[in-house]
Write a protein that binds this ligand. Structure first.
Ligand code: G3P
Length: 218
C-alpha cells in the first residue's frame, strides 16, 4: 500500500518523507491556496520544490476544463519533472485528455471520483490513478468506503492496472479500513499518517521499560 501526503506544505511533506514511509504527494488548487501559493509561476515553483523532496508521484492538477487546454497544461506540468502525475478532473474533456496524455506516456490521476461508473471510465481511458473522495461522500451520508470496496472488486474483475487512490481521507480509521479493503494508495494529511504511531499502551509500556532499566542500573 502506498502512502501519499495530501498537502502543498513543504514542512509537512519533508516530515512525512523523513519518517521514511512516503510514496508521493497529492495537491489541488485548494491546498495551494491554503498555503498562500497563487499565480502560475509560484504554483509551478511549488511543484518543483515538492519534487526536490520526494522520490516520485507528485500529483499536479490542471486548471483548464477544455480538452486542448487541459492537454497543453498537462504537458507543461509533466515537463517540470518525471515525478509529476497530471491530475485531471472527471469531466468529459478530462477523460479525453487522460487518454491523450496516457498515449504520450504521461501519468495521470483522475480526480473528483464519486461513483464506480466514473472510476471505470477513467480506468478505460488509461488513468494511472483514480481518486475517489471518501470523506466528501461521508459528508453527504453516503459511505465512502463502500465505493472503494466496489471499485476494488470491479478493477479486480478486469485486472485494470489503474491504481485506486483513496482521497479525502480524514482520520485513521479511514486509512485502516482502506487498507483492509485493498485500496492501492491512501492520500491524507500529515496528522493522519503520524496518528498511526499513537497508542497509550505503547507510551505507558515504554515509560515502564525505561523506569525499570533506570532502577536496575542505578
Ligand atoms: O485529496 C482530496 C482532498 O484534498 C480533499 O479532501 O478533506 O477537502 O475533502 P477534503
Amino acid at each position: 500500500m502506498k502512502f501519499f501526503i495530501d498537502t502543498a506544505n513543504l514542512d509537512d511533506i519533508q516530515e512525512a518523507y523523513d519518517l521514511g514511509v512516503l510514496d508521493g504527494v497529492t495537491t489541488n488548487p485548494s491546498l495551494m491556496a491554503k498555503e498562500g501559493i497563487t499565480g502560475e509561476q509560484n504554483i509551478l515553483q511549488r511543484y518543483k520544490d515538492i519534487c526536490d523532496i520526494v522520490d516520485d508521484n507528485v500529483s499536479a492538477e490542471v486548471i483548464s476544463t477544455e480538452y486542448e487546454a487541459m492537454l497543453a497544461e498537462g504537458k507543461k506540468l509533466a515537463a517540470i519533472d518525471d515525478k509529476i502525475v497530471v491530475k485531471i478532473p472527471m469531466i468529459k474533456d478530462g477523460v479525453k485528455a487522460i487518454k491523450a496524455l496516457t498515449d504520450e506516456g504521461i501519468r495521470t490521476n483522475c480526480t473528483l471520483i464519486f461513483n464506480a461508473g466514473q472510476a471505470i471510465l477513467a480506468a478505460k481511458a488509461g488513468a494511472s490513478y483514480i481518486s475517489p473522495f471518501i470523506g466528501r461522500l461521508d459528508d453527504i451520508c453516503t459511505d465512502g468506503l463502500t465505493l472503494i470496496e466496489q471499485i476494488v472488486q470491479i478493477f479486480d474483475n478486469y485486472e485494470f492496472e489503474t491504481e485506486i487512490l483513496a482521497a479525502s481521507v480524514r482520520h485513521n480509521m479511514h486509512l485502516i479500513q482502506c487498507a483492509e479493503i485493498g485500496a492501492d494508495v491512501v492520500t491524507c494529511p500529515l496528522n493522519v499518517i503520524t496518528g498511526l504511531l499513537k497508542h497509550p499502551l505503547t507510551d505507558s509500556g515504554l515509560e515502564k521499560f525505561l523506569a525499570d532499566y533506570k532502577k536496575g542500573n542505578q
